[in-house]
Design a protein around this ligand. Sequence first.
Ligand code: GLV
Ligand code: GLV
Length: 326
Amino acid sequence: MKSTRPKALVTRKIPEAGLALLRDKCDLDIYPEDRVIPRKLLLEKIPRVEGLLCLLSESIDEELLSRAENLKVVSNYAVGYDNIDVTAATRRGIVVTNTPGVLTEATADLTWALLLAAARRLGEGDRIMRQQKFEGWGPLYLLGQDITGKTLGILGAGRIGRAVVERSVGWKMNVLYFDNKLNSELELKYSAKKVNLDFLVSNADFISIHLPASRETHHLINERILKQMKKSAVLINTARGSLVDEKALVKALNEKWIAAAGLDVFENEPSVTEGLSRLENVVLAPHIGSATIQARDDMAKIAAANLRAVLEGKQPAYPVNPEVFS
Ligand code: GLV
Ligand code: GLV
């Protein structure tokens, strides 16, 4: 008997907590291999499905959407959705959803892990130990940056930016933020000051990026901005690689315009710009901001619930383009 349940494609295995919400409701096609689904296969499968649960590693663009004759919903397994042409989806009445909130704390934690590691040269230290090059304690050996009482500059005062600021209280930091909107909670609770980008980058000791990727934020951190930073500044990026001109950053780290950087995201993931991985003063992480068991389970549940809601004709909890319903 032919199934009357809606067809949904899941582009890679996600935690079972999410898949379990879909098994009885959809005719599920899960790409079985633990790698990015080949583009060709995705293009082949898309015309048949009503629901797509995809990852940030897949480009949901005009070419793909133009073949998606039956598609009602693109449920992105991520908070960021720069991998999706939302305008093209909206034009076709396709709902796009994301998974905000549940990865905020995990991502803020990783931001601090990178900040601490970059400030205290932990990556270098780890490499020295592994290569058995440690020759003993020294008064001037592997000196890093203090954090207590320094100025934290946040680019983007959304959920993750706020959670990063919340964690700075123990370090008694002054907080500056750059955002279109005033964040009264940050101002009242953490005495944070809203400033322009130039002021922030020239005055902050630690600069952390929490803005979404868009045309407006592309290469927000470029050569001109890097040159304005303090020589002791530490730059952290757990948002999206495209916000930083990676070539300019390599130059800045190499020529010591700034002290260090900590990166979890890259301009051309999974590749890394030539020269970056040879630098000692950068800590590199393989896009693991949300990679905790709890966060990934919760993301799976939300992504599945979003997909399911649309396929049942209901409004999902986290639409990115709610105008589709109006
Ligand atoms: C991860 O990068 C996300 O956007 O969820
Ligand atoms: C970003 O979208 C966030 O959750 O702060």
